[in-house]
Ligand binder design. Sequence first.
Ligand code: NAD
Length: 497
Amino acid sequence: TTYTHNFDTTAYKGSVTINTGLYIDGKWVDPIDGGDKIEVVDPASGKLICAVAGGTSKDVDVAVAAAQQAFKTTWGLKVPGSERGKLLLKVAELMEKHQDELAALEALNAGKGYMTAKMGDIAPTIRTFRYYAGWADKIHGKTIETNENKMAYTRHEPWGVVGAIVPWNFPLSMASWKLAPALACGNTVVLKPSEITPLSALLLFDIINQAGFPPGVVNLVNGFGSTVGAAIAAHPKIAKVAFTGSTLTGRRIMKAAADSNLKAVTLELGGKSPTIIFDDADLEQAIKWASFGIFFNMGQVCVAGSRIYVQEGIYDKFLTGFSQAAEFLTKATGNPFEPTTKHGPQVSQTQFERVMGYIESGKAEGARVHMGGERHGEEGYFIKPTVFVDAKPGMKIMQEEIFGPVCSIVKFKTEEEVTEWANDTTYGLAANILTENSSRAIRMAHNLEAGSVFVNSALTMDIGVPFGGYKQSGIGREAGEYALDTYTQVKAVHINI
Ligand code: NAD
């Protein structure tokens, strides 16, 4: 079954056709027993776009069996790394050819600006496939001389079948962060996108199909978290699960992994990242990065800088400038396909309600809404960029991940004080520091409990640089050379000469 969407928008005109089934063992198939239908909604209007197939645990079983068979016969170390790399490059090339369609589907389904989707999601996804294509033939072990008559060598062997479960905020790039390194290392994969944003992955799998992977190497099972996601996490034949999503779900996945076959896990989870602005920062840059850091993608970014700490000497000027930046975004709120739009809807009704709930909790706990704090427009899931002041450390809005365009601005006096506040959270994903004092920047970077620290910037992700969380923001590292370690296991071979 296919679905064709006709786009007649300012940013993109044309029709895009996707298969709406599951992609298992090199073919598009319908779910066994009819599966669980997924209704896909346009968050800018709240209207139904189409329905796509969602699988159940039975479909996961079939996909895993196909992936296992492929791992044993046509993939893994049976295929030279250069061949695996060639197929990944082919995916990148084909994605480039279809980048406009991919961006259009992402903008439609996730509510992000068309150009933002193209530059911020599709372009980095293409780069991710290229980057790991380059690694595929450069994965090797070491020899270790243990004594005169003995030596050992190491092999970096793929795990086998990898289950990949991804969220809705950057649907394709999150999928590529798992698919590309897993495949480069020789694993086979069963991917489950978010049930909220299944569309772009369906087009990606047409591309994967065209690229010519042996059947069973890459499989797509759309479906709900409680069924397909849970079945992947608990599957006894999946050797490793790679997850990006909320800390709550991460905890469940780790439990299921432990209780089934003790499979390996990497978890990329939530965050509550601080943005720290010192008196000596370049004010204009500080406003730009702090605003981008929280409002990009409507705050639906795991590294969003939702707690903004500003030193007392610059506080008033910063608040004025930051409010102007938020006001600009409020005025530029609208349809993701209008080139003038800079702020779109939250991804779903559930997320809309969740974020509005946090705004209410902030007010109830005594923080003051300085700007925004309400719905924008009548249809769709738009929320105005929201700025709280007078927030206190223990409040929910200062502790929990909101995942929306909501931040709190807090005044601080000393470096010691702000370091303590910044670290006062169960999360540890990222931190942004704005200062012209390089010694302070380095000292702060070392003292903050975060997997990534951005100095005089925010959200500057690159696939070549490792990424992951401290504390309850995750386990393991993705991206860069480090991902190769998480998609292989090391075997030591001892030889008596
Ligand atoms: P989520 O945890 O609700 O869902 C993520 C995925 O897990 C979805 O595919 C969902 O269907 C699946 N899932 C849900 N319940 C499951 C279960 N019991 N077993 C297995 N799978 C299950 O998260 P979300 O709302 O889609 O995404 C937002 C969250 O993702 C935020 O917390 C955000 O911080 C996090 N995130 C983290 C990173 C990172 O790299 N650290 C990147 C992007 C998003």
